[in-house]
Write a protein that binds this ligand. Structure first.
Ligand SMILES: *Cc1c(COP(=O)(O)O)cnc(C)c1O
Length: 464
């Protein structure tokens, strides 16, 4: 095999069409890419997989193509047609248009993040959100951190370090991505005191385990499972009573929680933050990007004295929110001042409350376009399906929806490789489409499809 006819790195770098690439991507990136392609070429020739070397043009094209690919922003938009509205791996809540405008102005200017404009003195970054959070939840005080896991860690560390925290055995949860209550306790420097049993915990279980070293009664929302049958738990109101009786703070990690009553739209019941505040719980933590529909954040509301202790904990500084998130969270919370507009303006609630009829009509509009593109290489149907809220909220409750299914014409034959090729074709689109596989079919639940025009336009690139 004659390897000498392969062009050299230098010769390729001097070719006029490479010049353009060097201008755009820089000399180092282009040279490294060329070296890689030439190495691969030599290997292929030596292995006999290829008879003769490619010409110079081919190398230039390869180089251009690969650099274009590598240079795509690694984090980019996708279409979430999985049927899970708050999909953690797909970034959970999408922000409303209003937040985007606020973020834009904060990003491109200095701002009064920690500056009191009136007095000219140093301000508090939490102050931008605290009043509104108190107004909406009915709590006395509030603070915010990077996410709800951080909120739980901070609250434990600030209020119960080197002390005991009582938790029911039915609530020792693990949330995806390695958030486990016993581990968080350890990290926060607290001693976990488990009480009750997996299925039943009573008031006396808490009371009998309180001692001089008890610093907190913690209730954890069992976000991703439900204990049914012969079971009982001590609710927030009862727990708050015990806390008062023994003068021990009661904390509730609500996980998602909601600021509005979801049942008004026929959605499953989820505790509202306001209810838990009213129950007398001292501190409540919840996520910004679950049912609230905002950016990633951990929100802590509760009694003034305790929140002030939490704010002073050294961990708070390490877990504090960025100005962009503060601005975005404010604009989302502000929408809750007009609850009647939420299902229109807040993407999460818009998707969750979308009417079944609207979803069906949408699926039926897309079906013929897909049929045209896929020709007759697959079966395409619109069928009933169930969407999930996701992110641990209301795990067992499903929402009726419609999806478009794509399945092999010959149902028995090569289902695996057929489905793989369909998945790959959809993920290779300019804005990747993420569906799910169920019953040997590729399913696209259109509940969360909002930009129909872009979705349809890019189908011409679908390569099945
Ligand atoms: C989701 C959840 C968390 C973690 O919240 P993040 O915002 O994802 O950090 C903690 N506790 C409960 C009960 C949850 O549901």
């Amino acid at each position: 095999m004659d390897l000498s006819s392969i062009p050299s790195v230098d010769r390729l770098l001097q070719s006029s069409s490479i010049c353009e690439l060097v201008n755009y991507y820089g000399h180092t990136a282009v040279r490294n890419e060329i070296r890689k392609i030439l190495d691969e070429e030599r290997t292929e020739l030596k292995l006999g997989n290829q008879d003769s070397p490619h010409n110079e043009n081919w190398f230039v094209e390869q180089c251009k193509c690969r650099l274009e690919c590598d240079n795509k922003t690694p984090i980019r938009p996708v279409f979430n047609l999985t049927g899970t509205v708050l999909h953690t791996n797909l970034g959970r809540a999408s922000l409303p248009a209003e937040s985007i405008n606020t973020i834009n102005s904060i990003l491109s200017h200095p701002c009064n993040l920690e500056y009191d404009i009136e007095s000219g003195l140093r301000g508090d970054r939490d102050s931008h959100l605290e009043n509104l959070l108190c107004e909406l939840t009915g709590a006395e005080a509030a603070t915010v951190v990077n996410n709800n896991a951080a909120a739980v860690l901070l609250v434990l560390n600030a209020l119960a370090k080197e002390k005991e925290v009582i938790v029911s055995r039915g609530e020792l949860i693990e949330i995806g991505g390695s958030f486990r209550i016993p581990d968080i306790m350890l990290q926060a420097g607290c001693k976990l005191c488990e009480v009750g049993t997996t299925n039943r915990t009573h008031v006396k279980d808490y009371k009998n385990n309180i001692n001089d070293n008890t610093a907190m009664l913690l209730k954890v929302h069992t976000s991703n499972y439900k204990i049914e049958g012969f079971s009982s738990t001590v609710n927030e109101k009862e727990l708050a009573q015990i806390g008062k009786e023994y003068n021990i703070p009661v904390v509730s990690d609500l996980g998602s929680g909601s600021l509005v009553e979801l049942t008004q739209w026929g959605l499953p019941k989820e505790p509202t933050i306001q209810e838990i505040v009213k129950d007398g719980v001292d501190v409540i933590t919840f996520s910004g990007d679950k049912l609230l529909g905002g950016p990633q954040a951990g929100i802590i509301v509760g009694k003034k004295e305790l929140i002030s202790k939490i704010k002073k904990d050294p961990l708070k500084r390490a877990l504090r929110l960025d100005k962009i998130i503060i601005a975005a969270l404010f604009s989302v919370l502000n929408l809750y001042r007009h609850p009647e507009k939420l299902t229109e303006e807040l993407p999460t609630l818009r998707s969750l409350t979308r009417s079944l009829q609207e979803i069906e009509v949408l699926a039926n509009r897309i079906k013929p376009v897909l049929e045209k593109v896929i020709d007759n290489k697959a079966n395409i149907e619109v069928i009933n399906c169930k969407s999930q809220i996701g992110s641990g909220a209301l795990p067992v409750e499903l929402l009726p929806s419609f999806c478009i299914t794509i399945s092999n014409i010959d149902k028995e034959k090569h289902a695996g490789s057929f489905l793989n090729s369909i998945v790959s074709a959809f993920t290779k689109l300019p804005i990747p489409v993420i569906g799910r596989i169920k019953d040997n079919a590729y399913c696209l639940d259109v509940r969360c499809l909002e930009d129909e025009e872009t979705f349809l336009k890019q189908l011409k690139f679908l390569n099945v």
